[in-house]
Design a protein around this ligand. Structure first.
Ligand SMILES: *[C@@H]1O[C@H](CO)[C@@H](O)[C@H](O)[C@H]1NC(C)=O
Ligand SMILES: *[C@@H]1O[C@H](CO)[C@@H](O)[C@H](O)[C@H]1NC(C)=O
Ligand SMILES: *[C@@H]1O[C@H](CO)[C@@H](O)[C@H](O)[C@H]1NC(C)=O
Length: 468
């Protein structure tokens, strides 16, 4: 297997015929000029929107930190020999990178799931590597254990000025409940990690544990608990957790609600229900500036999303609900807001296999929502068409940097779900949409949402709260 930089420019120009050479120079200069012009428009547009942040145009702190963009040309390994039986079962088709990704014994395994040797370890004196995110690598907590917060979300707690990362604690064996069942891990509970810098995470324990013995309980280990998200209710001063609750066959399709006085729990599990009477699988919650919170969930067998406000104490939905992205078959919603516009990232529905993300925008959170296109930028085409081999789970606004967010995604490892990885990348809102909209009137209505691939990146030093 060979890795090389696909876009590395040759240092010399080779010309055979003078005319062809000058022609190509003209063409490439023109392309270069157009690219520069495009870049300039993009940057100045971004700058107009965020000029309150600080000084200069190309000095946007996130852009400054954008470095080492991975542009790897991954070579497909030669096709493997198939047993005659296997060849009979399935017609031969070329192996795709997604097949490789899903294949435990792939020669490319280390690209998608780098070994523990490369783990990000904030407890080590990492020197110049401090505060760098390495999407896809194992990420250790302050005790040296891999972080277990899959399908997660982050709450910023104003009181303690601390970030809390909640997610599925999946540190158990992966198995199939029955032949046709999806790979699963018994429910262990919701893990919680705390951090001041978004890089060093302390394990706060399992803040909502599974039920070991009571088989009729929603949280019995044989069931499913996914995508826990926590928001704070200013009125009741409670931390409220919403999550997807299901049985092993995904037929219960409900939301579960739990509540706590402290961000680190313990959370009291209240109940589960089918919101508005509909099936509900992947979901998220979003708290707007005015304190109204919303539930978004995949419904009608994942063919559409539903959105509706929660009641005042966030413990239930109200009877208001809208169907959005009808017939689009989207899941893994992650909602955020910028400059009065609502945005959402979703994935397609292909089980544990990665697929293409889409960005959506709306003027009113209750819709109509319009689909803008794939927000992924950089890497290579396969990376962009697979959301960097990951699936959206949350978008975290960066304080003091309007228009800048962290896109959080899960790189699921269906062979060993506990070893699923986190893909955190900078997400920016700004510039004109460059893909056709659902209802194109010939001009873009929304700012573009861009998620930039990085092999390695970090937040501006000011944000992580430490000078390096
Ligand atoms: C950190 O970077 C500086 C400047 O690039 C370099 O001189 C120094 O050796 C690096 N330190 C480590 C520990 O890599
Ligand atoms: C088991 O869970 C069910 C459903 O939550 C509850 O009604 C029942 O009281 C529980 N049983 C025990 C023994 O705790
Ligand atoms: C799930 O489906 C399988 C096969 O259809 C069945 O054997 C099993 O009893 C089901 N389990 C539950 C919890 O419904």
């Amino acid at each position: 297997m060979r890795m090389r930089n696909k876009y590395r420019k040759p240092t010399t120009l080779h010309c055979n015929a003078g005319t062809r050479c000058s022609m190509s120079i003209v063409v490439w200069s023109l392309v270069g000029f157009l690219l520069m012009l495009h870049l300039y428009t993009l940057i100045s547009h971004t700058n107009v929107q965020s000029k309150e942040i600080r000084s200069g145009l190309s000095h946007h702190p996130l852009f400054r930190e954008l470095e080492e963009v991975e542009e790897e040309n991954i070579q497909m390994p030669p096709p493997r020999r198939r047993s005659p039986r296997a060849a009979k079962r399935k017609p031969k088709r070329p192996t795709t990178l997604i097949d490789e990704f899903l294949d435990e014994s792939s020669q490319l395994r280390h690209i998608f799931f780098p070994t523990i040797k490369t783990a990000v370890d904030p407890t080590k004196d990492a020197g110049n590597d401090s505060f760098y995110y390495y999407p896809g690598r194992i990420w250790l907590d302050t005790e040296g254990n891999p972080i277990q917060a899959h399908g997660g979300g982050i709450l910023y707690d104003e009181k303690s000025k601390t970030y809390y990362w909640y997610g599925e604690y999946k540190d158990g064996p992966t198995y199939h409940a029955h032949k046709k069942g999806a790979a699963r891990v018994d429910v262990i509970g919701v893990g919680c990690y705390s951090s001041k810098d978004l890089w060093t995470w302390k394990n706060e324990g399992i803040v909502l544990p599974a039920e070991e013995n009571n088989e009729t309980h929603d949280l019995h280990k044989s069931n499913v608990l996914e995508r826990p998200k926590v928001i704070y209710n200013d009125k009741t001063r409670k931390y409220v957790m919403w999550m997807h609750i299901d049985d092993a066959n995904y037929t219960k399709a409900s939301v579960g609600i739990a509540v706590s006085d402290s961000p680190t729990g313990p959370f009291d599990y209240l109940y589960s229900k089918r919101p508005h009477g509909f099936d509900s699988r992947d979901m998220t919650i979003f708290k707007d500036n005015d304190g109204v919170a919303y539930l978004v969930y995949s419904s009608d067998d994942n063919s559409e999303l539903h959105i509706g406000p929660l009641d005042g104490d966030y413990l239930d939905v109200t009877n208001v609900v809208r169907r959005i992205l009808v017939g689009q078959h989207r899941e893994a919603p992650a909602l955020f807001k910028h400059g009065g516009t609502y945005y959402m990232i979703t994935s397609g529905c292909t089980g544990w296999a990665p697929n293409e993300a889409l960005a959506h925008a709306a003027e009113s959170i209750m819709g109509p929502w319009e689909t803008m296109g794939n927000p992924c930028i950089g890497g290579n085409k396969v990376y962009r068409l697979t959301t960097f081999f990951a699936q959206s789970t949350f978008v975290l606004p960066l304080p003091g940097l309007p228009g800048s967010f962290i896109f959080m995604a899960d790189r699921w490892n269906p062979a060993d779900l506990r070893d699923s990885r986190y893909v955190w990348l900078p997400l920016m809102v700004g510039g004109a949409a460059d893909q056709p909209l659902d209802y194109s009137f010939g001009f873009p209505l929304w700012s573009r949402v861009s998620i930039y691939w990085h092999k390695r990146w970090r937040l501006p030093a000011e944000l992580s709260g430490k000078k390096i």
